[in-house]
Design a protein around this ligand. Structure first.
Ligand SMILES: [Zn+2]
Length: 122
């Protein structure tokens, strides 16, 4: 049984080979350009959040290690959903990093901030 295939861009019914996805090159290009545009916008948005998180932490953490109230970060619109990587210590403490700035929740109300030199990774 043959299923009806439609152009991913304009929705026209396709009559070509079974792997055909678009009516023509123009539809293919339009589709791909829009897709990569949306992906790039999404990436840019996340990069902005990460950069913003990093700079908020670096402003608060001038000594390389400090404790702040979670509320203080939330007030400055720190976004806890975004981080670049996480590290779990052998004692089970989890540090969330935004590039070189890391934080670890202490008791639900406080956050421990730490700093890690980027070029001393490993
Ligand atoms: Zn088309």
């Amino acid at each position: 049984m043959e299923t009806i295939r439609k152009c991913l861009e304009c929705g026209e019914v396709l009559h070509g080979r079974s792997d055909q996805k678009y009516c023509n090159d123009q539809c293919r290009n339009t589709f791909n350009n829009r897709l990569s545009g949306e992906t790039n916008n999404h990436i840019r948005r996340i990069n902005r959040i990460l950069k913003r998180n990093q700079s908020l932490l670096s402003v608060l953490n001038t000594k390389g290690r400090t404790t702040v109230k979670r509320d203080e970060l939330l007030k400055k619109e720190f976004d806890f959903n975004y981080f670049t990587n996480l590290i779990t210590t052998r004692y089970g403490r989890v540090y969330y990093f935004c590039y070189d700035q890391g934080y670890s929740p202490i008791d639900g109300k406080k956050v421990l901030l730490i700093y890690k030199e980027m070029n001393k990774e490993k």
